[in-house]
Design a protein around this ligand. Sequence first.
Ligand code: NAD
Length: 479
Amino acid sequence: MSAVSKYPITVAYGDGIGPEIMTATLSILEAAGAQIAPEVIEIGEKVYLAGHPTGIPDHAWESLRRTQIFLKAPITTPQGGGYKSLNVTIRKTMGLYANVRPCMSYYPFIQTKHPTLDVVIIRENEEDLYGGIEHRQTTDVYQCLKLISRPGCEKIIRYAFEYARQNGRKKVSAFSKDKIMEFTDGFFHQIFNEIAQDYPGIEYEHQSLDTGTAKLTDTPQAFDVIVIPNLYGDILSDVVAQITTGSIGLGGSSNVGDSCVMFEAIHGSAPTIAGQDLANPSGLLLAAVMMLVQIGQPAVAQTIHNAWLRTIEAGIHTGDIYREGVSQQRVGTQAFSQAVIARLGQNPEKLKPVSYLAPADKGFQFSYQRPQVSRELTGVDVYLDWKSEDAAALGKQMSEVQGDLNLELITNLGVVVWPQAFPETRRSDHWHCRFIGQNEAVIRSDQISALLRRIDAAGFDFIKTENLYRIDGVPAYSG
Ligand code: NAD
């Protein structure tokens, strides 16, 4: 018999409850016969405090690049001191574009308001407001840039439809706020509608973020797979995890890239219960189950997942899910993992057993072709730091320096205050003046530099400009 080679994986024990739940998880994997060769890296709080602002040292990156599979316990980000989120750094550096969170109810063994909830949330992981591009522009006003790209939208939306297809899911719902953000969320919605046409067997719908979230918390059984931009997904996935079972201790997730995949629990390092054998290791264990499927050990994944379901069914519960009258035995982290190990080889009797043995269809290859567009420069938005509240006076002075461009309008915090204004409209020190070519003609960039020189010479403090384009004949900016 030939020896089975062990699959190298990178493991981080993390902070807070991390070491306890990782030890429990790895002991179950070992008992179930998982063929893995963990390479342990140190990341997180100690590394931050030793002077690495990202919380991850160079040798850890080497391990991640080599193994491409990362089982990570939660880490603590120290407060203050400008420490960057380690999760965001790893996701962006390793190109982990999709965050996948399966959320399921385990009724009647774990109390829940939604006994039949079974939803997978696929959150875009790299773009949106997470670019961390922020500025203080004036005394009063701060900005954060929301960047959404065509390949980013195409990739996450296609991933969601492929996930649905490969996992026998029937419907994909996209959530966005496209009525308010026509050029970012509106684009996400448009790409969603386009890509849905390639999957005729899968139902699709778009939900407005607000009403869709309300519907999801009320009737989650109406949803199957959800695809959602980064920030909204961050919030929504925690909401769903909480309403599923009342504990975030049960959720596992994967962060998928083209070559590297990171697996982790959805919760944090729970420092207040650390070191007390109280933590539920289930979230990390279910993430490890996803990992075993990914690395081609589906039989072990299935054995562990079914033993875990059997344990939950037997009422052997950690404190976060223990309920008098429903649970049978309140256990700590270690005893819970021993209970799972004792049930390896058993299937649940009431909950539905899982099966990972069908040949996995891993045929998702993303390719992107940048479309050809025609782009014409038609104007410029100039932002000013101006401490007066007199919009009419600003309109007069900007008209005097407009030269061969036309001052079209002035807004303050997005509300038009020139040529017409309501006296009630609040005014900040952040003014936006829109100049366009005469008769909507195409303009040259030197007309913009000349305009800025005139604005400067008139004593105004411009803080930013944004070029205005017509793309494929359509104005490519909000009105
Ligand atoms: P948290 O998820 O650590 O804790 C929220 C609540 O859930 C707490 O009451 C906690 O005791 C409980 N809880 C969490 N996991 C549990 C488990 N497995 N078993 C039982 N109870 C559990 O969130 P937080 O308190 O906002 O954050 C604590 C730290 O974790 C912070 O430093 C934060 O930056 C970090 N964090 C890390 C990650 C990550 O590494 N992926 C994610 C979120 C938060």
